[in-house]
Design a protein around this ligand. Structure first.
Ligand code: ADP
Ligand code: MG
Length: 610
């Protein structure tokens, strides 16, 4: 396409059309000379003109005009494939033209002579020769032109064809581009797919590895399974045998359970019977019991005024020397005998004393209210008896009673009893109550009052009631109470000897399985010193304290004697003994109502008397 000699052929046509006029050739020639460059790139389209004339001139020197005509030789180079032969054919023609031109050019000067002016004929013949020459040139040029025209038509067709081809190829290129674009997407996909593939291959190889491991495992498990199957069959036969045994054992267990239930019933009945009998014993011993404990002198031994008969553990004799009124007779010694439920001499241990009280402590756990007072002069050993000291041997009634209660409650738990214990510790000083378990600020210490509820329960307002579940907790509370007591007293005022301290343990027991409850209070009281006012000759604050102490002690005496003198037979059925505080009384069948205990079986409502 790029080699088509379009421009060249036009020039040829131009020169051809003006071939008639030789003078017109010159401009054409000039044109060709002036613009040889655009033709140069067309390898096969060679314009010869500029160089040839000098060659021809060397062969035959011609006149200026002739040279101009002879130099107007045009050789047209063919396009590739089509024009090559015509170039070959044109070249000789051109060559011929030059050759023919050469003689033409040389003719006037062939002999180096010029026709004479008069030789018109010669000149005419020269002109005719020239004309012929030009005519043959024109003819050959025309032929050449025809060839070129044909070539041009062919070329045009070729151009059209090639343009079509170009368009087709362009559209194909765009198609290819689209395709390429589409393919680039496909390539991305392909890359992704191939990366996925490599991942999956890795996974696959992993899984294959795992699969192999699993296969090995499966093989070993199959072997194990076979072993287990054998074992299982052995075990199944054993199981069948054992099931038979189990049935027998179950039967045995059932009968044993029945026996156990029966025995539990019996045990419970026994426990209730024990309580009843224990209570009966306590009643028979006396609901109010008074023990006397004589402390040893500071250097040990017993005061000479006190006699303790070894044969009688219930009697104490106090000897008093009475001076003769006249002074003539000798002083007489008068003995005063006192009987108690039990008298403990100076050698009696804390354990011995507690053994007597422990029966009452047991009653407290069985649902009876128990109160134990230590009464006596200051220094007579009340606090020692009630609290003792920290050593096991010398521990007093309170820690021992607490220990016994918790141990007994533990045992009763096996029979279905569940106990809750609440402790409180109060001091009564100058008829004022003071909470010994108070832990708040001294300035915010609350005031207390004694209240009696509708069901005859006595409570103290604002008092600390501490739930306790073991012995150590109670011992901690006793220590706290002692600390509280010692902070209240000064060096000049041993307040503890002039105040009552009351330790109270509220006991509540429930046997849910038997639908039985019991509730009681164990009260352990360390009373204030019972000095006689006249002897102590107290004054001022001491006198006030003494008045309060003696007032409270004489009231206590009145209460105890009233209790001691109450009838011990049922008021509904005279002659039948009545037991106060029996747990069955505490099984309140109707709220606020207490029934006479079952021992008298009157089932009458009982009004508790003070
Ligand atoms: P109270 O509380 O009646 O004022 P205490 O219990 O404080 O008297 O006893 C006074 C002193 O006597 C204490 O030092 C105590 O250790 C001692 N004491 C009391 N009773 C006995 C006893 N049975 N054996 C040994 N020492 C005793
Ligand atoms: Mg004391």
């Amino acid at each position: 396409m790029s080699r088509l000699p379009v421009m060249t052929s036009k020039r040829v046509l131009t020169s051809s059309s003006s071939s008639e006029n030789s003078q017109d050739m010159a401009p054409a020639q000039k044109k060709l000379r002036k613009d040889p460059e655009p033709v140069k790139p067309h390898a096969a389209a060679t314009i010869i003109g500029g160089k040839r004339p000098p060659v021809a001139a060397t062969r035959a020197p011609i006149s200026r005009s002739v040279r101009a005509v002879g130099a107007a030789t045009v050789a047209v180079g063919p396009s590739r494939g089509v024009l090559k032969p015509s170039v070959a054919s044109a070249a000789p023609k051109g060559g011929n033209m030059k050759q023919t031109a050469a003689p033409t050019g040389t003719k006037p000067g062939g002999g180096g002579t010029k026709r004479h002016a008069w030789d018109l004929k010669g000149k005419v013949s020269d002109m005719e020769g020239k004309l012929r020459n030009y005519q043959s040139k024109v003819k050959s040029v025309n032929e050449e032109n025809d060839i070129l025209k044909g070539t041009m038509v062919q070329s045009k067709m070729r151009v059209t064809e090639m343009e079509r081809e170009l368009k087709r190829q362009q559209s194909q290129i765009s198609e290819y581009e689209d395709e390429l674009h589409a393919l680039s997407g496909v390539r991305d996909k392909l890359e992704k797919v191939s990366s996925d593939k490599s991942t999956l291959q890795k996974e696959l190889s992993n899984l294959e590895g795992k699969y192999k491991v699993m296969e090995t495992l499966r093989d070993s498990q199959e072997t194990e399974l076979q072993t287990l199957t054998v074992k299982l069959s052995v075990l199944e036969s054993t199981l069948a045998r054992l099931q038979g045994t189990l049935r027998d054992t179950e039967e045995e267990v059932r009968s044993l359970k029945e026996t156990v239930a029966e025995q539990k019933d019996e045990l419970h009945a026994g426990e209730m019977e024990r309580r009843r009998l224990h209570n009966t014993i306590q009643e028979l011993k006396g609901n109010i019991r008074v023990f006397c404990r004589v402390r040893p002198l500071v250097d040990g031994g017993l005061s000479k005024h006190i006699q303790l008969p070894t044969s009688d553990i219930k009697t104490i004799t106090l000897a008093k020397t009475e001076e003769s009124h006249t002074g003539k007779t000798a002083d007489t010694q008068k003995n005063y005998n006192f009987n108690f439920d039990r008298v403990f001499g100076p050698g009696a241990s804390q354990q011995e004393v507690f053994e007597e009280i422990s029966l009452l402590v047991q009653s407290a756990l069985d649902g009876y209210n128990v109160c134990c007072f230590a009464y006596g002069q200051t220094g007579s050993g009340k606090t020692y008896t009630m609290e003792g000291d920290e050593f096991d041997k010398t521990r007093g009634v309170i820690p021992r009673a607490v220990q016994q209660i918790f141990r007994a409650a533990e045992k009763l738990a096996t029979q279905g009893w569940e106990f809750t214990f609440t402790a409180s510790f109060v001091e009564i000083y100058n008829e004022t109550l003071r909470d010994l378990l108070y832990t708040g600020k001294a300035s915010k210490r609350p005031e207390h009052e004694i209240r009696k509820s509708t069901n005859n329960e006595v409570t103290i307002t604002n008092l600390t009631y501490e739930k306790v579940s073991n012995e150590d907790q109670v011992l901690g509370l006793i220590a706290l109470a002692n600390q509280n007591r010692s902070t209240a007293q000064t060096a000049q005022n041993d307040r503890s000897s002039r105040s009552h301290s009351v330790f109270q343990l509220d006991i509540e027991g429930v046997n849910a399985g038997r639908d039985v409850k019991c509730k009681s209070t164990l009260c352990l009281v360390d009373l204030a010193g019972s000095e006689r006012m006249l002897k102590s000759q107290s004054q001022g604050e001491r006198f006030k304290e003494m008045t309060a102490i003696n007032g409270s002690l004489s009231n206590l005496g009145i209460v105890i004697s009233a209790l001691a003198n109450k009838p011990d037979v049922c008021e509904h059925r005279p002659g039948v003994r009545q037991f106060w505080g029996n747990p069955q009384l505490l099984e309140v069948r109707q709220q606020g109502e207490r029934l006479c205990n079952w021992d008298c079986e009157c089932q009458q409502e009982v009004v508790r008397r003070a």
